[in-house]
Design a binder for this molecule. Structure first.
Ligand code: SF4
Length: 264
């Protein structure tokens, strides 16, 4: 069935197609990496604990910088040993504070990192992959992630989606996933006519309607469109992946946001 350009159905179909394309290529961001530093990228991809810590870093700074964080932290500490982090929180704090600071929220992140290390040791035998074992349900993984200080609904949705898409973790219940209620996602959903109102419930329902079998699979596609083309002030509709089907409500804006920095 074909839908007229400009309709929500046509936009949804284009978004789903872009999401599938990204999943097939294993893309994380444009270019396929978490960060522009190959060593930092390899660190995130090879160590589930580094990925989990990376999720904590994705707060208020650009994506590439956030996902480089765990690797840079390991260099400054000289290790990435969870027990040592828990034993020496002041050492972790110093590593964050040393110029140039590892993060914008230099007073908050060390506490989150040490708390996450402690929870990993206490509840998962130090293995972050045990949070998302093969076959785990999306809802269970989400709930486990939400227990970590520094991970809210938005980061949990992002993490689950990355695990399923980029790391190929076979999770059950993908139909229960969703897109992160992120500034880029919200802007694209508004401008592309998928929602009339910028509320988390409207965005999540629109994602479900667009891709009932895996709403979360739209997350990266939408985020990338928002970051690459549907920019707040000067959207580039001509180059945009949704350019041919989007109704282009470019005067719609997202207000009162704390931007998600990071996605991979
Ligand atoms: S950049 Fe233009 S075409 Fe693309 S989503 Fe935004 S408004 Fe639509």
């Amino acid at each position: 069935m074909s839908f007229p350009d400009g309709s929500p159905e046509a936009v949804a179909r284009a978004l789903v197609a872009y999401g599938r394309e990204l999943a097939e290529t294993g893309a994380v961001q444009v270019g396929g990496a978490f960060t522009t530093d190959p060593a930092a990228d390899a660190f995130i991809k090879s160590a589930p604990e580094a990925f989990l810590m990376g999720v904590l870093f994705t707060q208020g700074i650009p994506a590439e910088r956030a996902w480089s964080g765990p690797y840079l932290l390991s260099l400054r500490l000289g290790h990435f040993d969870l027990e040592r982090m828990v034993r020496s929180p002041e050492e972790v704090a110093r590593a964050f504070e040393t110029a140039p600071a590892l993060h914008r929220f230099v007073r908050t992140l060390p506490g989150w990192v040490c708390s996450a290390a402690s929870r990993l040791l206490d509840e998962y035998d130090g293995r972050a992959a045990s949070i998302w074992p093969p076959g785990a349900h999306v809802i269970d993984v989400t709930e486990r992630l939400l227990k970590f200080r520094g991970i809210g609904e938005k980061k949990a949705a992002m993490a689950v989606e990355i695990l399923a898409r980029s790391f190929g973790v076979p999770l059950a219940g993908l139909e229960c996933g969703t897109v992160a209620y992120d500034v880029h996602v919200r802007r694209v959903f508004l401008r592309a006519g998928l929602v009339e109102h910028d509320t988390a419930m409207d965005v999540h329902r629109a994602a479900e309607a667009a891709c009932p079998e895996a709403p979360g699979s739209l997350d990266l596609a939408t985020w990338l469109i928002g970051r690459e083309w549907c920019r707040p002030r000067v959207p580039d509709c001509e180059r945009c992946r949704l350019g041919t089907v989007c109704p282009r409500y470019v005067d719609r804006t997202v207000v009162g946001v704390g931007a998600r920095s990071a996605r991979p």
